[in-house]
Design a protein around this ligand. Structure first.
Ligand SMILES: [Zn+2]
Length: 197
């Protein structure tokens, strides 16, 4: 589920739709959470190879921590990539604002954290990476994780309309980490953490 202070807008014919903030969304706010209404497709589910569904799943899904393909039931699936994304995925099944997002600003994600295959990237920054690459996590994973940890420090100080959609265990783990500094869940731990520590 996407944060309620957002709306879907048509950007242009190349990019298609995007999701935009309708109010200030401060650093540390949960902007998206994988709630219980999401469509979760197991990697071995034959629907992934069904010609009628394959392209749709590839276009609109992201990979969760377990490797499943998740297709959002709401317009969260229209959040676009940016090489300077204002939200990042966490190991807690949600995306967090890593800086303050202003009204009218587009909500953006780092697609490398979604387990996407290699794909062309399009953002308006001069240092756009141009392509999503298989080793992005090895190159950038640590700095993304640092930004997530910094944003998590603000989590308890800002309004969290998506808190009711966190599962109980995730909420407990999160609060334990924030109060003790122990038990942090890194994002996509199996793909980069073991190789970089
Ligand atoms: Zn870019």
């Amino acid at each position: 589920m996407i944060h309620p202070a957002t709306e879907l807008r048509f950007v242009n014919p190349v990019i298609g739709y995007g999701v935009f903030a309708t109010a200030v969304i401060p650093t540390g706010t949960i902007v998206y959470v994988q709630d219980r209404l999401e469509h979760v497709i197991h990697p071995n589910d034959p629907i992934r190879q069904d010609p009628a569904y394959k392209a749709v799943i590839e276009k609109y899904s992201f990979r969760d921590e377990a490797g499943n393909y998740v297709v959002s039931w709401d317009f969260a699936k229209y959040v676009n990539h940016c090489c300077h994304a204002n939200t990042l995925s966490t190991g807690y099944g949600f995306e967090i604002a890593v800086r303050d997002i202003l009204p009218g600003e587009e909500i953006t994600d780092e697609y490398a954290l979604f387990g996407h295959e290699e794909m062309p990237l399009l953002c308006h920054y001069a240092d756009c990476r141009q392509h999503l690459r298989g080793n992005d996590m090895q190159v950038y994973g640590r700095s993304w994780d640092t930004r997530v940890r910094q944003a998590l420090q603000h989590l308890s100080q800002v309004s969290q309309p998506l808190f009711p959609y966190l599962d109980a265990q995730t909420y407990t783990d999160l609060m334990t980490y924030l109060s003790t500094g122990e038990g942090y869940r890194p994002l996509l731990a199996d793909t980069w953490h073991a190789e970089t520590v």
